[in-house]
Design a binder for this molecule. Structure first.
Ligand code: ASP
Length: 342
């Protein structure tokens, strides 16, 4: 009899507990949903994070970077507002940034220790989790397009070095002599920075009107890198990640930390498993976990509602966003906007 009563008590209290947990989950879900009004499309770009402050950026350079970021935004905005896909928007926006020598990707890539340019890039389709990346390539004009071609035309996710070039050539992509990536500014930078490393990368995240998210990142890596070092940018889940059920993320910063802390996927996982908002998830990873670890840098991310977050823990990050509700802007320093959520 006693046994029966206590069994019943345990059963009833377990049922009550399970239903309370369910209610709590539903409530927190609802809060996230109410906070987030879905936008038709949204776009975020970055042009690298690092020791960027008003002390080391002249007003002319400040203007130059802002206008380049605006051009990049205009590229993606046109595609999204015309009904194009998030994948096209992120690829074309990053191509624009790769061709602009202000940024450490494509034409403006930094130099390795032995005076070469080795480029990394990745792209991911949040609707299928298809992804493609190239790493350590030296003669592909637009590594982001090579990454997309790896995703769509090969059976693999990541190709490196000479093999990646061979594949790009076979696919008819534009091949340039390695000297194409030579810019005086970056070469001089290497001479000055042979002892110190320097950051800078480009990336783009987008949500299209079909509910698809995509992310793309492209970089020359870190100045003075050696031994065919590969950073986080071409590693899916570290510097680049997209998943329609959570968010799209593109990172910039000290790649070794972003790889070890699987930064881009961690943000997505916090949204998926813990129900955090984009803002809370990205802040937790960038301004708590990475800060504690000593990893400097930042991310841009867009979630499935079109919210945008661009947190970083370095002095500055070249960044910008635009959404279908007419909000947009480009920013550089810490006292400017990092999150847009409505
Ligand atoms: N994350 C890039 C890398 O480590 C560099 C950067 O973003 O500045 O290769």
């Amino acid at each position: 009899m006693n046994l029966r009563i206590s069994f019943l008590t345990i059963l009833i209290s377990s049922l009550l507990f399970v239903s309370a947990c369910g209610r709590k989950n539903q409530e927190s879900r609802k809060v996230t949903d109410i906070q987030s009004v879905k936008k038709e499309w949204a776009l975020a770009v970055h042009g690298g994070a690092g020791a960027i402050s008003t002390e080391n950026l002249t007003p002319e350079m400040d203007k130059e970077y802002r206008s380049a970021l605006n051009e990049a935004l205009a590229t993606g905005k046109k595609i999204l507002s015309d009904g194009g896909t998030a994948l096209d928007a992120v690829e074309q926006t990053v191509r624009y940034l790769e061709n602009n020598q202000l940024f450490n990707a494509g034409k403006g890539a930094v130099f390795t220790h032995d005076g070469r340019n080795e480029l990394d890039a990745a792209i991911m389709d949040g609707s299928t989790l298809a992804a493609g990346s190239v790493a350590g390539v030296t003669d592909i004009k637009n590594p982001i397009t090579a990454a997309r071609t790896v995703m769509t035309k090969s059976a693999h996710v990541m190709l490196t070095g000479a093999g990646a070039s061979e594949f790009a050539r076979e696919q008819g992509l534009e091949i340039v002599p390695p000297s194409y990536f030579y810019t005086e500014r970056r070469f001089n930078e290497l001479q000055e920075l042979l002892k110190k490393s320097k950051n800078g990368t480009v990336g783009c995240c987008a949500l299209d009107r079909y509910g698809n998210l995509a992310a793309a990142t492209s970089t020359g890596g870190m100045t003075n890198k050696r031994y065919n070092r590969i950073g986080d940018a071409p590693i899916i889940g570290a510097g680049t990640y997209a998943n329609n059920s959570t968010c799209a993320v593109s990172a910039t910063g000290h790649g070794e930390f972003f790889i070890r802390w699987t930064v881009a996927h961690d943000i997505s996982a916090l949204i998926e498993y813990k129900g955090l908002s984009l803002k809370d998830a990205s802040e937790l990873v960038v301004n708590e976990k990475l800060v504690k670890a000593g990893g400097s840098g930042g991310v841009i991310c867009v979630d499935r509602y079109g919210n945008v977050s661009m947190p970083f823990n370095s002095k500055g990050m070249f960044r910008g966003f635009a959404t279908s509700d007419g909000k947009e802007g480009v920013f550089i320093y810490r006292d400017e906007l990092m999150h847009y959520q409505e």
